[in-house]
Design a protein around this ligand. Structure first.
Ligand code: AG3
Length: 276
């Protein structure tokens, strides 16, 4: 950190600097270094191990795209599992679907949940919704041990460092496959294909080794490394690209709409070539 600037080092050759108006909280949890700051231009921001996860200004893009693409494609999503996502952004979007009757959320770091509720605007409400059950637990262990079946699973993980490494493994995805109903669907954030192509390849190839249908989609998330961000949808039955006629109409969206849903699956040539 230099003066009032927070510096996110993405690679040894590429860093981004953010002017910090106020450092609101900082601590080292048993899992990671957690920081909440008010950044000029971006507002309240959650930073884990030096990587920006959530900013007030652009979080809606990532969270809407993570939740609504699978939820609008599945005709009858009732039970949802969120792994990670302790800030509550994905949860807030999932709860906008009236068809959803239960959401289990598994976050390893209790402090992420507690501090997000205290400091991040617009996420606390979700945690008190009757449909939600919060497990402070290791997502890997939860996936291995659960005998519940879900319609949708969302893997809202941080980068594959520290507590999140195993969330990119094939063993974990196999457990999630088991935890999905026969027509279930999963979405995992799959990092920047431009900047972290190996991680992107790992997610896609691990998932496509297990699921009959895997599709990548994109969104611009300005505050994530390079802004060029991907999600990978893996499905047992429905095509994630296809919107279901039975899906809810959701109010109050700022990014997602039906045209965006389909456009997000149009992939640039360099990604198509990576996918083979
Ligand atoms: N999860 C993905 C954040 C990745 C950001 N990476 C980085 N800045 N190096 C975000 C969790 C939000 N619910």
């Amino acid at each position: 950190m230099t003066g009032n600037w927070f510096c996110e080092e993405n690679t040894p050759g590429y860093s981004v600097q953010w002017r910090m108006l106020q450092l609101l909280h900082q601590e080292t949890t048993p899992f990671q270094k957690l920081m909440i700051a008010d950044l000029a231009e971006w507002g309240r921001t959650l930073i884990l191990d030096g990587a920006v996860q959530y900013t007030e200004k652009d979080e809606f893009i990532y969270h809407e795209m993570m939740a609504h693409v699978p939820l609008m494609s599945h005709p009858n999503p009732k039970e949802v599992l969120i792994i990670g996502g302790g800030d509550g952004g994905t949860l807030r979007e999932v709860l906008k679907h009236r068809q959803v009757t239960g959401v289990d959320m598994v976050e390893i770091d209790r402090r992420v949940v507690e501090l997000s509720q205290t400091f991040l605007p617009g996420v606390a409400q979700g945690f008190s919704d009757d449909r939600v059950k919060l497990y402070i637990d290791d997502g890997i262990k939860f996936a291995r041990e659960t005998d519940k079946k879900y319609d949708i699973i969302l893997v809202d993980s941080s980068d594959p460092v520290g507590p999140a490494i195993q969330l990119y493994s094939q063993a974990f995805y196999k457990d999630l496959y088991q935890a999905l109903n026969e027509d279930g669907m999963l979405v995992a954030q799959s990092e920047s294909p431009l900047f972290y192509p190996q991680i992107f390849d790992t997610v896609v190839s691990n998932l496509s080794g297990i699921f009959p249908l895997t599709r990548v989609y994109l969104a611009v998330v300005p505050t994530y490394v390079s802004g060029f961000w991907s999600f990978t949808a893996a499905s047992k039955c429905y095509d994630p690209l296809q919107l279901s006629d039975d899906s809810d109409n959701i109010d109050g969206l700022k990014y997602y709409n039906r045209k965006i849903h389909q456009a997000a699956f149009a992939l640039p040539q360099f990604i198509r070539e990576r996918l083979g």
